[in-house]
Design a protein around this ligand. Structure first.
Ligand code: PDD
Length: 279
């Protein structure tokens, strides 16, 4: 079964999907995106992803090309064509094609791109063993709440993590923990789940929101507040959450054990609840 591409209203095999070299997404990173995965073949929290796409697009002054219902129909159509057991849907919206000039071009039409690829979930063993992370200076811009395609700082950070033999890079800005290069970060201290508050320093993760709800339902106290680096270093547990990582314990940071150096009970409980919620 081929992966599927979609460009401006037309589905095609992924390898045939192309856009102009003068697309502003390509030349300026002038665009926004979403990554949605399926569980049991159904897109997970589609409405939340489309709502965030709309917020991101609005922040850039980009018109939404489709209604919520139309997005739902397009994704459903793509999934039907791809026929994968589980899929990863990538949606990208850019300001479109125009001669290169920084200011917005008059009358450009947004480029809408979608790709549907087979989802390869993280190996179960990785979740059970936990992963390593490194900390890095958060050199990103001041609007990390916008899911913009400008991912260079994230790309460089994840590469640094990979070169260090780690899974994720955790960003630290002015001594406070913001998020990971591809995930939100939560710590556990004395039975409480603590994570950076929503705002311009983090992406408001769809998974983050679900995990915090699950924690509250479990009677686990939740604090959305600034987390300083020392708290990360001395946390009982640390875990990542995101569409691609789900709930993933971090057992070593910068070469030092987190807590016991093994995945902790709170992350395990939330991971279990998360699996129940998505199936
Ligand atoms: N990224 N923070 C950052 C910087 C992210 O890139 C992501 C996800 C998250 C988690 O958000 P959510 O739970 O809504 O997936 C947090 C996607 C998966 C990506 O860029 O591939």
């Amino acid at each position: 079964m081929p992966a599927i591409g979609f460009v401006n209203g037309t589905f095609m095999p992924l390898e045939q999907a192309t856009v102009s070299v003068e697309d502003r997404g390509y030349q300026f990173g002038d665009g926004v995106y979403e990554v949605i995965r399926t569980y049991g073949g159904t897109p997970f929290r589609m409405e939340a992803h489309v709502a965030r796409l709309e917020r991101s697009a609005k922040a850039l002054g980009l018109p939404m090309p489709y209604s919520n219902r139309e997005w739902g129909e397009l994704v459903a159509e793509g999934l039907k064509r791809a026929e994968f057991a589980e899929s990863k849907v990538y949606i990208q919206l850019t300001r479109g094609v125009a001669p290169r000039d920084h200011a917005f071009p008059a009358g450009s039409r947004p480029t809408v791109v979608m790709t549907i690829r087979e989802l390869r979930p993280l190996a179960r063993a990785i979740g059970e063993a936990g992963v390593e992370a490194i900390t890095l200076d958060d050199i990103r811009w001041g609007r990390c709440d916008i899911k913009s395609v400008n991912l260079l700082a994230n790309v460089l950070a994840r590469q640094r993590a990979k070169e260090a033999g780690a899974f994720e890079a955790i960003f630290v800005r002015d001594g406070t923990v913001t998020e990971g290069s591809v995930s939100n970060v939560m710590i556990v201290k004395a039975g409480r789940v603590i994570t950076a508050p929503e705002g311009p320093r983090i992406l408001s993760g769809v998974t983050r929101s679900l995990v915090l709800d699950l924690a509250r339902k479990e009677g686990i106290p939740v604090e959305e507040r600034t987390v300083v680096l020392e708290e990360l270093r001395h946390a009982d547990e640390v875990f990542l959450c995101g569409t691609t990582v789900e709930v993933l314990p971090v057992v070593r940071i910068d070469g030092r054990d987190v807590g016991t150096g093994k995945p902790g009970p709170v992350a395990a409980r939330l991971s279990e609840r998360f699996k129940q919620a998505v199936t």
